[in-house]
Design a protein around this ligand. Structure first.
Ligand code: FES
Length: 151
């Protein structure tokens, strides 16, 4: 196995599909995403088909298949944020960046994710960029926010 993933894979029993999730977690943590090469290496090692790997991984929001951008934008869609219009903010950011949640812009500057409650409901609606929480967001404030991170 000469694909760069062996240091993760060889810690697990070959051909045992029961370890798929821990393997995916380790690859995600080490590389920030599950690349096509990683899917191939996992398939070869565990015997799980790429379709099943994608199926399992897409069930959990922690896994992503594209390389993360320089900045990760997380729009909270928890209840408090949702009732204050976070879905419209997400839609606005999607249109601005021309990507959907789970994707990265072509220039690799931004990744977009939707998240459940991030624990700052009093500040709803909330958008988190990297580790910074932005409170009481709106589409107008999102536009300014994107511009700030672009510059
Ligand atoms: S619902 Fe968004 S921070 Fe709690």
């Amino acid at each position: 196995m000469e694909n760069g993933f062996e240091y993760i894979l060889t810690r697990y029993p070959r051909g045992d599909r029961g370890f798929l999730i821990p393997i995916l977690q380790e690859v995600q943590e080490a590389y920030g995403h599950i690349s096509p090469d990683a899917v191939d290496a996992i398939r070869e090692f565990s015997g799980v088909s790429p379709g099943e790997i994608f199926g399992v991984a897409s069930f959990f929001s922690q896994f992503r298949f594209t390389r993360p951008g320089k900045h990760t934008i997380r729009v909270c869609l928890g209840t408090a944020c949702h009732v204050r219009g976070s879905d419209r903010i997400l839609e606005f950011i999607q249109l601005q960046l021309k990507i959907k949640p789970g994707e990265t812009t072509l220039n690799e500057l931004f990744s977009l994710e939707r998240v459940a409650c991030v624990g700052c409901c009093a500040l709803a609606p909330v958008v988190v960029v990297d580790k910074d929480v932005h409170a009481r967001m709106s589409s107008t404030k999102s536009q300014k926010l994107l511009k700030r991170y672009k510059d």
